[in-house]
Design a protein. Structure first.
Lengths: 135, 129
């Protein structure tokens, strides 16, 4: 692996050796992007439940169409937003989406929570924050 | 009938396992797609010919598109609260791919985070049965 020593000794919150202040715009963009992504995933799930393989039915599947649009919108939006700031701040915000999904799936999809799911998602959120701090 | 119920539950578990595997593939596709977009970013231009021959970018789009379709098929089989957290695996792939192809440094914190994500996703997988 090519180890990059250019940032040796510098705070790991730097981006390319230059300290970047995370702009408020980036923070807002990331929050919006992850929220849209979560709603888009919810719509994808609702649309997938009634999935039919006939093109006419697919076009009439409102949730599926909305879900695809939101999902397609959230990815580039998130990528652009992440470029504009320190990952140590932005990754934790991205991990917010997992909390949204838990709330949405409990409320709108009647999915039951259990110890495994809660423990698992908590571990994931902590790990994502850790990776963000390390980047 | 009891026997029928047991068979139905076994079928359900198989479907959920298939769905989990499908989403894992989706995360790999989208992570490689992200890498391709990063690589192709400098060749980005509003010139029609340049766009058509930007193979990295086109490949990235194909991967994303394929991933979306597989994701939808997987969501038909499984719960959102189980399948969505699996997307966290992309943090792992992106870290490893960036370290290998783009020379971004790895650190103990990243490795601990990677192990944590794997543990978390496994736990959620167990919570689906």
């Amino acid at each position: 692996m090519g180890w990059d020593h250019r940032n040796h000794g510098r705070s790991l919150c730097n981006r390319d050796g230059v300290k970047i202040a995370t702009s408020n715009l980036s923070i807002i963009l990331v929050i919006i992007a992850t929220f849209i992504g979560a709603i888009g995933s919810l719509c994808l799930k609702l649309g997938a439940n009634n999935l039919s393989f006939k093109p006419i039915e697919i076009i009439k599947n409102k949730f599926l169409i909305i879900g695809v649009l939101l999902y397609g919108l959230s990815s580039p939006l998130a990528l652009i937003a992440l470029k504009g700031g320190e990952l140590s701040v932005l990754y934790p915000l991205v991990s917010l989406s997992y909390i949204w999904i838990i709330l949405f799936s409990m409320k709108f999809l009647n999915e039951k929570m259990n110890v495994y799911k809660v423990l698992g998602i908590t571990t994931i959120i902590i790990s994502v924050v850790l990776i963000g701090l390390a980047a | 009938m009891e026997a029928e119920k047991v068979m139905q539950n076994a079928e359900k578990s198989k479907e959920i396992r298939k769905a989990i595997l499908m989403v894992i593939f989706v995360t790999i596709f989208t992570s490689i797609g992200q890498l391709l977009f990063k690589i192709s970013a400098d060749k980005l231009a509003l010139d029609f010919y340049l766009l058509i021959t930007n193979y990295a970018m086109i490949a990235g789009f194909v991967l994303y598109f394929t991933g979306a379709i597989i994701l939808i098929l997987a969501l038909k089989k499984g719960e959102l609260s189980v399948l969505y957290p699996i997307i966290a695996l992309s943090f792992i792939w992106v870290s490893l791919l960036s370290a290998y192809f783009l020379g971004e440094p790895m650190s103990i914190q990243k490795w601990v985070g990677i192990i944590g994500i794997m543990a978390g996703v496994s736990a959620i997988g167990m919570g689906s049965k």
